[in-house]
Write a protein that binds this ligand. Structure first.
Ligand code: AMP
Length: 433
């Protein structure tokens, strides 16, 4: 299958070629022809599968191939749960639409109203929005959705989790009944089925199953930790290795994100925090610094990192295991993007045993145990994969870089930092836990 077979407008094919894509991903190959028939679509696909292009390309094709109705407001509306994801979709629209004339824009919370009002005042082809701010404009009568042709919900499961269901249904109710609706979600559970039942008409369904997307090009590793101090020592040890070129470290709370970032900065690393309490400007700066290679480490919460698309992330480290298995898949999908290899390392303490079980059940994959020489855990965890011999530096596994963070074979991994006690700042900040 090639993009030429999909009968997309030549200006889109030119943009795809400029991106260097040689063939459509499975979700693109299945969704694009389906959307081009005009039928509604319910698709389960996670981030990292190429799902953004799977809806942006046919949406742009529609804008190019059918005349616009007169009036104000967008022809295509993409709703996303977070601003980061909205920015990423906006960027994709810019990339794939760069050889066509298109008026597009974003309507996001935390941004000035003035520019948004100017945007909404004129005919516009495509808007990417978060539901909260859009409903605000709608309720104040500043947004007309009367000529909308296509409504796209991206990461609908996350929108449900974040309580956006009411605004989404209100927005949909303000659009023409004959619109085409596409719903993308990481999972298709009963809640999504109910939402789909309300919003979609006889949709085609496409499933890109989690097994297909817990990518073969991401090596998943588990490191058992005795406690927080042990996790911190392992983190310091890992990030001290230059093989970790660009790293996203996930932690459970906004406060821990800040604490870890400070701790790593004190250790001489270039690092930024990324969490939902930061202003939009600060969040954008952190992502841009990572993209441009100004910082090597980004410590993030799940919500802030959703949809984050930075190429060249060599490693993801889960300082804490996520509570939801879906989040695990999202997190590790930050690495191994666009065909590159990636390594995802998860720390797990005995109290996180339940989360680990759920993740392994969801992905259908056992995560292999690894250890860092000199930092072996005293505790063990009974997991599906615990019975296998753990990877360990110099532990008779044929010299495979099992315990190292992707080091070249033969390159020693252990380092002196392993011997250090948990750093003082860290001990103090986490003492209350
Ligand atoms: P997404 O799942 O939409 O977040 O996309 C994941 C990454 O895959 C993005 O960095 C895209 O630029 C890239 N991508 C999308 N489609 C293709 C393709 N057909 N071939 C190679 N890379 C792609």
């Amino acid at each position: 299958m090639s993009f030429e077979n999909l009968n997309l407008n030549p200006s889109l094919l030119k943009a795809i070629a400029a991106c260097g894509y040689t063939e459509p991903t499975p979700i693109q190959a299945q969704a694009i022809p389906q959307v081009m028939t005009g039928q509604d679509l319910l698709a389960s696909a996670q981030t990292g599968t190429g799902k953004t292009a799977a809806f942006v390309l046919p949406a742009l094709h529609r804008i190019l191939s059918t005349p616009a109705k007169p009036g104000r407001g967008p022809r295509v509306l993409v709703l996303t749960p977070t601003r980061e994801l909205a920015n990423q979709v906006t960027e994709a629209v810019r990339t794939y639409g760069k050889f066509m004339r298109i008026r597009s824009g974003a309507i996001l919370g935390g941004m000035p109203y003035r520019e948004q009002l100017q945007l909404l005042d004129r005919p516009i082809d495509l808007i990417v929005a978060t539901p909260g701010r859009l409903i605000d404009h709608l309720e104040r009568g500043r947004l007309s959705l009367g000529r909308l042709e296509m409504l796209i919900l991206d990461e609908a499961d996350r929108m449900l989790d974040m309580g956006f269901i009411e605004p989404v249904e209100k927005i949909a109710a303000a659009t023409p009944a004959n619109r085409q609706t596409l719903l993308f979600s990481a999972t298709l559970d009963a809640r999504i089925a109910k939402l789909a039942g309300n919003l979609l008409k006889e949709p085609a369904t496409i499933r890109i199953s989690p097994k297909q997307i817990t990518h073969d090009n991401i090596e998943q590793r588990l490191m058992v930790a005795d406690n927080l101090g042990h996790k911190m020592k392992m983190l310091h040890s890992l990030v001290s290795n230059d093989d970790l070129e660009r790293v996203i470290i996930f932690s459970a709370t906004k406060r821990d994100t800040e604490t870890l970032a400070q701790e790593l900065a004190a250790g001489g690393h270039t690092v930024r925090a990324l969490h939902g309490d930061m202003t939009q400007g600060a969040r954008n700066r952190a992502i841009t610094d990572m993209r441009r290679g100004k910082v090597r480490l980004l410590v993030a919460t799940d919500v802030a990192a959703r949809g984050l698309d930075v190429t060249g992330i060599s490693h993801v480290i889960n300082f804490d295991l996520p509570r939801f298995a879906e989040d695990y898949v999202h997190r590790i999908g930050r690495t191994g993007r666009a065909g590159a290899m990636g390594i995802a390392i998860s720390f797990a303490s005995p109290s996180e045993q339940g989360f680990l079980g759920r993740i392994e059940k969801f992905t259908g994959k056992q995560i292999t145990h690894h250890m860092i020489e000199g930092l072996e855990p005293r505790t063990s965890m009974r997991t599906a994969s615990a019975g296998r011999s753990p990877g360990r530096s110099g532990a008779g596994n044929g010299g495979r870089a099992a315990a190292g963070p992707g080091r070249a074979p033969g390159k020693p991994y252990s380092n002196r930092r392993n011997e250090q006690a948990a750093p003082a700042v860290y001990r103090k900040k986490f003492a209350a836990k």
